[in-house]
Design a binder for this molecule. Structure first.
Ligand SMILES: Nc1nc2c(ncn2[C@@H]2O[C@H](COP(=O)(O)OP(=O)(O)OP(=O)(O)O)[C@@H](O)[C@H]2O)c(=O)[nH]1
Ligand SMILES: C[S@@+](CC[C@H](N)C(=O)[O-])C[C@H]1O[C@@H](n2cnc3c(N)ncnc32)[C@H](O)[C@@H]1O
Ligand code: SF4
Ligand code: SF4
Length: 318
């Protein structure tokens, strides 16, 4: 079992399979990064699997594939199948911008993927295009509906930004409700790479907007990043509020990047690399690094102190 210095059990790994993306979201990667890692620096699926097998044997129960845009990496379904076949009861999930989901949903489901979380920031084509800096809405919606049709459990993620999509909170909630999907509204996490003009909408403001039309009650919190709320008719939505004081108390996760960096926390730049150990077949060393990362997880992020992170979301996978 992996337990950190604050007695939190770490049983969730988010794996960024590629840093590349076909969107340029204002809150994440508004500009194309200076240069991409050369191919030889990227872990192969087999190398990632070697490490993840070790982590699973140490108690990891949930693996989420993310990016950049994970569906840009070839044969993602093959990787999903490797993980699923190793431990079918894994909570195996994907976070995607949805653009290529229509094509991939069936294959991913067949390979053993259970869940998919899709970013949906607006229902207005021109607003979605402003945020992603590309005309994306139709393809994203088609992808979401196809994933649902294939029997994947679908959640929606919305980063709420002042003056951009904060007028659509109720519309997005009602769209998600109509389609039987949970939506989570995310507080923008201030980041040096984001477009400078982006302003966060707080969880209180989001809840206030929803309360204009609905009564709801907060549900007991588990170790998910999200708080969940239930409307009177039983529909459940979520809020992800990393600026709140108790957000990190239930942290159960670390991150692995495509270049082999293990990252103790989304906010900080600290990282450790397992590539050399894995390429040498030195599993003992990789296990030592994994324990070191868990031991060095910080108690909490610095968004709570109104600081700005310099860690790129597209590398860590969010
Ligand atoms: N600050 C912070 N944000 C996180 C963390 N984990 C996820 N998020 C953010 O929460 C949002 C939703 O993340 P997802 O990729 O859907 O993953 P998840 O919330 O773990 O998904 P579920 O397993 O369905 O609960 C994204 O904006 C992530 O960047 C975390 O450990 N810290
Ligand atoms: C980095 S993306 C990678 C996966 C995929 N490309 C996507 O957009 O879903 C993972 C998550 O990070 C979120 N994210 C990126 N930058 C963020 C920021 N500055 N604040 C809050 N959430 C952010 C996205 O909304 C998405 O839910
Ligand atoms: S949030 Fe996802 S889709 Fe948007 S730029 Fe970042 S990695 Fe790409
Ligand atoms: S910000 Fe860091 S410590 Fe807090 S929940 Fe996220 S990864 Fe964990």
């Amino acid at each position: 079992m992996l337990i950190d210095s604050f007695n939190r059990t770490i049983d969730y790994i988010r794996v960024s399979v590629t840093s590349r993306c076909n969107f340029r979201c204002l809150y994440c990667m508004p500009n194309t990064p200076f240069e991409w890692e050369p191919h030889e620096n990227i872990l192969s699926y087999e190398e990632m699997f070697e490490f993840l097998r070790l982590a699973i044997d140490e108690g990891v129960k949930k693996i989420r594939l993310t990016g950049g845009e994970p569906l840009l990496r070839k044969d993602l379904d093959v990787f999903v199948k490797m993980l699923h076949d190793y431990k079918p009861e894994l909570d195996l999930a994907l976070t995607t911008n949805g653009y290529y989901l229509k094509e991939y949903a069936k294959k991913l489901k067949k390979a053993g993927l259970k869940r998919v979380n899709v970013s949906l920031d607006s229902l207005k084509p021109e607003v979605a295009a402003k945020i992603a800096q590309k005309d994306v809405l139709n393809k994203v919606i088609e992808g979401i509906l196809e994933a649902k049709k294939e029997g994947l459990l679908v959640k929606l993620n919305t980063v709420v930004m002042k003056g951009i999509n904060d007028g659509e909170i109720l519309d997005l909630l009602e769209w998600a409700k109509k389609h039987g999907m949970t939506i989570r509204f995310i507080e923008f996490m201030e980041n040096e790479r984001a477009y400078p003009g982006i302003k966060r909408v707080s969880s209180d403001e989001i809840l206030k907007e929803i309360s204009k039309k609905y009564n709801f009650k907060e549900l007991p919190k588990d170790n998910s990043a999200s708080k969940y709320f239930e409307l009177e008719d039983g529909y459940v939505f979520g809020i992800i509020e990393p600026h709140s004081e108790d957000f990190c108390k239930s942290c159960n996760r670390i991150r692995l990047t495509a270049e082999g960096y293990l990252i103790p926390c989304l906010f900080f730049t600290e990282s450790y690399n397992i590539k050399e150990a894995i390429r040498k077949g030195d599993i003992k060393k990789a296990a030592e690094i994994l324990r070191e990362v868990v031991k060095n997880k910080p108690e909490k992020n610095d968004w709570q102190e109104e600081e700005v992170s310099s860690r790129a979301f597209w590398e860590t996978g969010g």
